[in-house]
Design a protein. Structure first.
Length: 338
């Protein structure tokens, strides 16, 4: 029986240091001959020593490692280029700011084999001390820091819930799924193209299963715990939600949902924000602030979709492009005017 080949696809941009750790963890995967795998790294026009890191690690690797350069900015473009340059019948995704448990890939593959599902996602834990995690509200941990399935106890694969989706920070997809539903939407410059892909996969009737024992750890450098980064991330989340509502529910329903969100923001989130501010509960204050930022992002995208000529907002949309997150919250160097 022929052993299947899995391609591990990692897009990257200016994170050579973290990419080294990500590659090291993927190269050390245990599979006991159940499958073979290759690694495809797509460099989205980095200006650091990403290429040297990848090529240096490839020389001593027992796993084939391929370096691919994609000059067009955008994580969706990078992933689509990686798909075209990959050989696997299955495509596994993780990010350059993560590192994987030794059985990460094997757990994904075993869950797919056990359930017969062509789309399987794993758990994302945050690489932070427990004391620091307690200072961040669960909602912020999920939407901003991308924590997922951290509390699964049984370890048994299960179907994703109605509002849960596999993400490209930890998932395995059979190639035939891309043939059926298409690749990632390159128009989504602010990210969330993986959620859009997952929605299309579900709409096409494919089952999506969670493999909680397939674990990656999301690196959380200091800049991602800043107010600036939280604001950036929640604005992007709001943009994506409005885009999905417009695309899948139509402009009229999106308008109605926007009105409902407006009422929720002013009647619920804002009073709670003021209440927790007065009470000096910093965790809950930040949580409500995040919800207000998400509403602001939704509103900006709704305006752009409903009145594209009146509400172009070019500078705003440029400010929330996905790649800008690398530097959000990073202190400016001395002498910098930024």
């Amino acid at each position: 029986m022929e052993v299947p080949l899995i391609t591990v696809l990692i897009p990257t941009y200016n994170r050579a240091g973290m990419l080294h750790d990500a590659l090291e963890s993927v190269m050390a995967q245990r599979h006991n001959g159940r499958f073979d795998y290759e690694i495809v790294v797509v460099d989205n026009a980095s200006t650091d020593d990403t290429k040297a890191v990848v090529e240096g690690m490839a020389q001593g690797s027992r796993v084939p490692v391929k370096y691919v350069h994609e000059p067009q900015p955008g994580v969706a473009q990078a992933r689509n280029t990686g798909l075209r340059r990959s050989q696997g019948a299955w495509i596994a995704f993780m990010d350059d700011d993560e590192y994987a448990e030794p059985d990460w890939l094997g757990e994904l593959y075993d869950a797919a084999a056990e359930t017969g599902a062509p789309h399987v996602g794993g758990a994302v834990h945050l690489d932070l001390p427990e004391a620091q995690l307690r200072q961040i509200a669960p909602g912020c941990r999920r939407t901003i820091l991308r924590e997922r399935a951290a509390s699964e106890e049984s370890g048994t694969p299960r179907l994703f819930g109605r509002r849960e989706f596999p993400g490209t920070d930890n998932q395995l997809v059979k190639r035939e799924v891309f043939d059926a539903v298409g690749d990632f939407d390159g128009n989504m410059r602010w990210g969330s193209s993986d959620m859009d892909f997952a929605l299309r996969v579900r709409a096409a009737g494919y089952q999506q299963w969670l493999a909680p024992k397939s674990v990656v750890y999301h690196r959380t450098p200091p800049n991602r715990l800043t107010r600036e980064y939280f604001r950036f991330s929640e604005l992007k989340t709001g943009l994506g939600l409005a885009y999905f509502d417009h695309r899948y529910r139509g402009p009229v329903r999106m308008l109605l949902l926007w009105l409902a969100r407006t009422g929720q923001a002013f009647l619920v989130f804002l009073p709670r924000y003021l209440m927790w501010t007065v009470a000096r509960d910093h965790v809950r204050t930040l949580e409500q602030r995040c919800l207000l930022w998400r509403f602001a992002g939704y509103s900006r995208e709704a305006l752009a979709l409903l009145g594209p000529k009146l509400f172009k907002q070019r500078r705003f949309f440029e400010s929330v492009e996905f790649r800008k997150g690398v530097t959000k919250g990073v202190p400016a160097e001395k002498g910098s005017s930024s």
